[in-house]
Design a binder for this molecule. Sequence first.
Ligand code: ATP
Ligand code: MG
Ligand code: FE
Length: 335
Amino acid sequence: EYILAIETSCDETACAIVKNGKEIIANVVSSQIESHKRFGGVVPEIASRHHVEQLTVVLEEAMEKSALSFEDLDAIAVTEGPGLVGALLVGVNAAKALAFAQGLPLVGVHHIAGHIYANQLIAELKFPLLALVVSGGHTELVYMKEHASFEVIGETLDDAAGEAYDKVARTLGLPYPGGPHIDRLAHEGEPSISLPRAWLEEGSYNFSFSGLKSAVINTLHNAKQKGEEINPQDLAASFQESVIEVLVTKTMRAAEQYNVKQVLLAGGVAANKGLRSALQTAFSEKKDIELIIPPLSLCTDNAAMIAAAGSVMYKKGVRSNMKLNANPGLELKTY
Ligand code: ATP
Ligand code: MG
Ligand code: FE
């Protein structure tokens, strides 16, 4: 079975074709980062316009690379939410038009289900499993007892991990998106500056990063007032250590409590070198839990992950109709 997927939830215009939910036939991503950089973040109106310009380009490129024709496809999958409404609308309407014109079934996919199912492109999923989702807008621990079943057992109460990275980077004068820059600086410094860890109440799997973000900003401001120098590498290393320590500790605790067979890493912040190696070290001791970490290109937004999730939903009989609409606040639910 061949699924063509479209992803336009934020600032990547993407189209992919995936076979049997596992094998990437074509995976084309057009990033708009250069256009948003000078504004220090994603400008929704600009994002929508880029999607309109780029969508047919990535669609044609994906079809060309696949050497398939539309008759070979079994379904069209599309990200219906969450994300920027104007950005989502471009993808949803293109998917509807394509499904209608080609007489193909349409499957609306949750963006975070996509991030999680990116793992299916590199490994066979074994249930029950736990996914650590760390992205620009989400920080969640998701328990899955079987395919297409999502139970959010913990989530951020304020900023997402990626958001905290981007805001800290901005304070340090680094370009958008700041995550990769902080990651690089962190490896050049020492975690010598004391910063808080938000453990929250005993046993909680929720997260909070706004206190840490404020602590970093205050550290910089206080030093400036006193005319002291703060080493940005050390500050980045200290910030990164705090984020990673909480993420890894809570993930490990949840994996043990829920007795899972696999732990999956998902979302843009999964590209973080420090987080990847800290998880690898922590889980190397746990022989009964398999840790899966996708390659960087499948961690950040792409359409192959939407096709992988779409394939599972397609097989479950999930179908959208021509009333499918963009839903910026779509909740992750069990199908
Ligand atoms: P969501 O998936 O929650 O809707 P999004 O799609 O905008 O949000 P992603 O594209 O999944 O988010 O991830 C982008 C985020 O990942 C940005 O905040 C970026 O700074 C962060 N990021 C990317 N690489 C790294 C890295 N190496 N270290 C830390 N953060 C990173
Ligand atoms: Mg993005
Ligand atoms: Fe994303």
